[in-house]
Write a protein that binds this ligand. Sequence first.
Ligand SMILES: C[S@@+](CC[C@H](N)C(=O)[O-])C[C@H]1O[C@@H](n2cnc3c(N)ncnc32)[C@H](O)[C@@H]1O
Length: 226
Amino acid sequence: MNVEYGDLIEVGPHIFLCGDVMEGDILALLAYVNIDEKIDMIYSDPPWSSANCRYWRTIAKKTCESIETWPVSFDIFLSHITHPISCIAKRINVMWIEASMKEYNKVVEAFNSYDTIREYLPFSGEWTICYGSPKRPNKLLRFSQTNTIKDDPTYLSGEAPTDWAFKQDDSQLSETVFDFCIGQGMTARKAYKYNKTVYGLELNPKRLKKTIEFFENKGFKARKIS
Ligand SMILES: C[S@@+](CC[C@H](N)C(=O)[O-])C[C@H]1O[C@@H](n2cnc3c(N)ncnc32)[C@H](O)[C@@H]1O
């Protein structure tokens, strides 16, 4: 299926929006058929800094007067994520976020600035992991009320921590996972592997197309809802 910016796409039970965090599209996706009532897990690997936000916008050829004429502020980007998640925090078992070594504290602070997140999704773990260049480790952050970690993911050299996170208890008891920067579908692939429904938002149509194709290749039929 050809994917264009603005498309809302159903592939079997899974729903994806090609849209922009910076333009309030997390709320737009959550509002669609009240899917916020179903989401009970979040896994996401969003941009890690202002420069990285801008990099992904350039790759996506995304133009937006108000944003493109100014440096993309990481704080503003985070506020577009933390606010909608604070509204659905109560029903989420666990949230996993990948972040940079340098800026992960900003991510934790941004989430922690909401009462509902402190109450229902308190910051409960951070690990240094290395699955890209050995010189460039990153952080896996966990927000959850429980403390049921089976082992330590820092041994995962060269491997994304997604599979490890999906195997943890509070992920396993979740049925529907949301990724607000779903890209080419790492979270979607794990959702499929572990028999969960996935909802995702992605700025770049070409990257979202790869996620849709993954499900089409598994025999699901994709259809544009709008
Ligand atoms: C580090 S990559 C995520 C990789 C992903 N886990 C995958 O499997 O491809 C970050 C993703 O965030 C997307 N992104 C960046 N800015 C965004 C925005 N403002 N709104 C929605 N998605 C965005 C990028 O296009 C990119 O696909």
